[in-house]
Ligand binder design. Structure first.
Ligand code: GLY
Length: 355
């Protein structure tokens, strides 16, 4: 396998996203100034976290902090227990948090770092495809509360993101496929070459040993990097990264988060494509469905309750007052943010994804 690929995320303090099967090795390049590093990791990644600790032990004093995997770990109580550990270990402003795990763990680790002493650096080592192409890049951090997912958080860009593709070798195939939904999203909103590459070789697109996956991660990260560099705090254009997410978040909420995020995004993109056609924009429904089918992502959501889905869309973070906002595509790679979709059009699009 070739040398790691690097994408730089611009902004006030630019940082690299390193992509490759040995990307973890680059960690020693990003410890400068720290005497201590807390490795916040998901429980199933304990051995991997110990290996990382041994690798940097000569340079920094390491503390391993194990947290529950997935959304269960993204609670304010878990964050508080991490802060207790940092306090006991005497973590100062120059010290470092390292997040190791899927998107939920890197969100939590970033939030812990954002709040400790009002902000210490974090290096993110995402171990899932979703984490690599979305959650760990862009500086959104947060925890879940009784009011909902990700409603409490901070924008806290990392010092570096290291996407070690070998960590995906043991990831269940269904999780790799789900992660591809965010990659396909980047194809639709900006880099259509992503779609050609996946359509030409759908199997290699989820094979962590295939050069194609490294290149897809690089391209998806490049799309995200370009967007967040100009709008870290989502005051405008960053919202295009939420293509497919308005309906996806509603499915996740109605299904009590038992649906994988990527699966919900896949159906959410079909919903947005249907809305696009119904509102007189490009008709992208069939090619999108074909690409999603090719890689094994879902294109329908049956058995839902439209009233509950609509209510969930109204409390989406993008909603403003009573208006539901959607990201639609005027054409391929031409996203627009729209807030004049009628209730009739929303229902008609729902019929298209639910039958
Ligand atoms: N996941 C969307 C964003 O980072 O803005």
């Amino acid at each position: 396998m070739g040398a790691p690929l690097t994408v730089t995320v611009g902004g006030e303090r630019p940082y690299p996203v390193v992509i490759g099967r040995d990307a973890t090795i680059a960690l020693s390049d990003h410890l400068a100034g720290a005497s201590r590093a807390a490795i916040v990791h998901a429980a199933p990644l304990a051995e991997h976290a110990r290996k990382i600790a041994r690798y940097i032990d000569d340079e920094v004093k390491t503390t391993l902090i194990e947290v529950p995997d997935a959304e269960a770990g993204k609670g304010i109580d878990v964050a508080a227990s991490c802060w207790d550990r940092l306090g006991r270990e005497g973590f100062t402003r120059n010290d470092l948090v390292i997040g190791v795990g899927g998107g939920a763990v890197t969100d939590l680790a970033g939030f812990v770092a954002a709040c400790w002493l009002r902000g210490v650096d974090v290096v993110q080592l995402p171990t899932s495809l979703l984490g690599m192409v979305d959650a760990a890049v862009g500086g959104k951090t947060g925890v879940n509360t009784a009011s909902g997912k990700n409603l409490v958080g901070a924008f806290h860009p990392p010092r570096a993101v290291l996407c070690d593709l070998s960590t995906m070798d043991t990831l269940p195939a269904a999780d790799r496929v789900a992660g591809l939904a965010e990659v396909i999203k980047c194809g639709y909103i900006a880099d259509t070459g992503i779609l050609d590459a996946i359509n030409d070789n759908p199997d290699a697109a989820t094979d962590p040993a295939a050069p194609l996956l490294a290149d897809l991660v690089r391209r998806a990260v490049a799309v995200k990097a370009e967007v967040v560099a100009g709008d870290l705090r989502e005051s405008g254009r960053r919202a295009i990264l939420n293509y497919g997410h308005t309906f996806a978040h509603a499915i996740e909420k109605v299904e009590n988060y038992r649906w994988r995020h990527g699966d919900a995004v896949a159906v959410g993109m079909v919903y947005a494509a249907a809305l696009g056609r119904l509102t007189g924009r490009a008709d992208l429904v069939d090619p999108l469905r074909a690409t999603l089918n090719r890689v094994g992502l879902p294109v329908t959501y049956r058995g839902g309750d439209w009233g509950a889905l609509l209510a969930a869309m109204r409390v989406d973070k993008k909603a403003v007052g009573d208006t539901i906002r959607f990201v639609l595509l005027d054409a391929l790679a031409r996203p627009v943010i729209v807030d004049d979709v009628t209730p009739e059009q929303m229902l008609a699009a729902y019929r298209e994804v639910s039958t």
